[in-house]
Ligand binder design. Sequence first.
Ligand SMILES: Cc1cc2nc3c(=O)[nH]c(=O)nc-3n(C[C@H](O)[C@H](O)[C@H](O)COP(=O)(O)O)c2cc1C
Length: 319
Amino acid sequence: MSKARELITPGSIFFAPMEGVTNSIYRTLIQELYPQWDFLATDFLRIPHQGIYPEKHILKHFGKELFSNEEMKKKTFFQVLTSSNANNSENLKVIDGMGFPWIDLNLGCPSNTVCKKKGGSYLLSDLLELKSVLEVFRKNISGIFSVKIRVGFHDDSLFDEIIKVIEGSGVDLIIIHGRTRVQLYKGVANWEYIKRAKEISQLPIIGNGDIWTVKDAQSIQQSTLCDGIMLGRGALKRPWFARDYYGNPAPSALDSVKQYLSLYHGRLVDKGLREISILKQLKRLIRYPLDDLPRGAELKKNLYLSQNLDSFFNILQRY
Ligand SMILES: Cc1cc2nc3c(=O)[nH]c(=O)nc-3n(C[C@H](O)[C@H](O)[C@H](O)COP(=O)(O)O)c2cc1C
């Protein structure tokens, strides 16, 4: 039986990996404010083509705080991005030896640079390469090994085959974003593929793509029978989604956003980050949560225009 099956309660909710957002300070804050999220993902660590990533860099990327917080460590999965000609085996031995309990392989990254190097979603178009990468991963990962995929590269013609190759390579769980690489974020994610994966695979399947509300969450589970769901942009829009989902609704969106941004600001200051990088990180977080507020678009525009933290928080408090 898949090792992940024991860990995942049906209906579990996953906070998606998001490059530039889900660093360890951010995840720690989410865990403190909204511990109802069942699982949190790190953003990806890129496996180098040559040499071995030093342990201290790996720890810095994934967050050394995790090793003093068992609860966080248990609910975190650690994502890596690689390609078929990277130095996978040696790097994975080091990563595995450091005791990360759950490694996830990013097979959805659409970036041209990554795909040209035969990494990320490229591997969904080349099943021989995919198989050989998965075998190296499985051989070197002693804990849970999951993959996060799109439904194909150019189109969906290989979808069933991809699922079979993944299952045949000893992967423990599959997260599916219902779009191809070529689609990027266009249109709406198609949950039919999640349903199809449940029909043809015995592995736990986590559905991802355009889940924004609790109603969406119920609807994808009813229509696909998936084992859990993952939210990316929906989680950025409502980090408190987990409270709503488990029946303990958060206070108003505006109060929640203000609290979340000001606490995050404090954590980044404590870490000694420069004002310019703190502002950049805060601006990344306002892309979605203000959208449904009256005059939210205007507020967002003014916040984007702010040149320093004082002005950012003045605008927010005045709203
Ligand atoms: C800002 C941003 C960064 C992302 N970075 C990653 C990443 O590092 N690894 C990954 O597997 N997916 C990444 N994704 C994709 C999301 O995890 C998710 O699969 C995708 O956004 C679809 O889900 P959604 O409709 O709930 O947003 C990223 C998405 C966004 C919006």
